[in-house]
Design a protein around this ligand. Structure first.
Ligand SMILES: N[C@@H](CCC(=O)N[C@@H](CS)C(=O)NCC(=O)O)C(=O)O
Length: 250
């Protein structure tokens, strides 16, 4: 067994944590995880993550927050299996798709959709905002899918091999799937095929069982359920029992 020096802080249900876990899995880097939801992070979490967001990655004496910063670090520090294409042109395009996923898919799939149906209910005991939810389903998600349908490949990945662009885009579709959203393959066939293809790759498949466990388990039980299922759970946690609003909560 390799020595584990890397710790990821953040829940299996976060698409931003998923990006980091997929990178670690693809590169074959051993890690342990403290699977907290950010609103339950303690003062030490707030110190490590000034925006009180997940993921955080700790590698020896280095602590990083922000999935893009972390994935870039992993790609540079552990260059085996590069997650960026070769040419500067392709690299910048890959970074564009990562940014588009993190910002627009994050806004719509996480805040306007998953947050309304899951986080509001299970963290805050609040009802969804149906206006936000309905606008996401009627207008915002189709607009994203129309764009992606025009740029995604019919076969394979965006570049010659799986890259951070594919990882970032597919990670957000997983959260939509958690709330029973499926891409309509008759209207957006390329996108539907592409998302299934990326999510079927080994890195995503290896963490899938833990995501599924979390989605059907009450929040306070995540840690013990994951431990029992054999997930690489860290020995200590930065989680608390009482949630506090983040800086961006809606
Ligand atoms: N740009 C950040 C976004 C991370 C993010 O928004 N994470 C969510 C979880 S899915 C979070 O921690 N939200 C808490 C909050 O915004 O208060 C990244 O790429 O890591």
């Amino acid at each position: 067994m390799p020595t584990v020096t890397i710790r990821v802080i953040g829940s299996y249900l976060s698409p931003y944590v998923r990006k980091v876990l997929a990178c670690l899995e693809i590169k074959g880097i051993a890690y342990e995880i403290d699977p907290i939801v950010p609103f339950f992070g303690n003062d030490e979490f707030a110190r490590l993550s000034p925006l009180r967001r997940i993921p955080v990655l700790i590698d020896g004496g280095t602590a990083l927050s922000d999935s893009t910063v972390i994935c870039e670090y992993l790609n540079e520090k552990y260059p085996q299996i590069s997650l960026l294409p070769e040419s500067p042109e392709a690299r910048s395009r890959a970074r564009w798709f990562e940014e588009y996923a993190d910002s627009r898919l994050g806004e719509v799939f996480v805040w306007h959709f998953f947050n309304q149906l899951v986080i509001k209910k299970f963290v805050w005991g609040a009802a969804p905002d149906h206006t936000v939810l309905e606008k996401a389903q009627r207008e915002e998600i189709p607009q994203i899918l129309d764009y992606l349908e025009g740029v995604l490949p019919e076969v394979g990945f965006l570049f010659a091999s799986l890259s951070i662009a594919d990882i970032a885009l597919a990670s957000f579709f997983r959260n939509a799937a958690f709330v029973r959203f499926e891409v309509d393959a008759t209207r957006w066939p390329r996108t539907a095929g592409y998302v299934s293809r990326v999510l079927a790759t080994d890195g995503f498949m290896r963490i899938r069982q833990y995501e599924e466990l979390c989605i059907r388990t009450a929040l306070p039980e995540h840690r013990s359920a994951l431990l029992a299922a054999g997930a690489p759970i860290a020995g200590t946690t930065l989680g608390t029992d009482t949630p506090r609003p983040g800086f961006f909560t809606v």
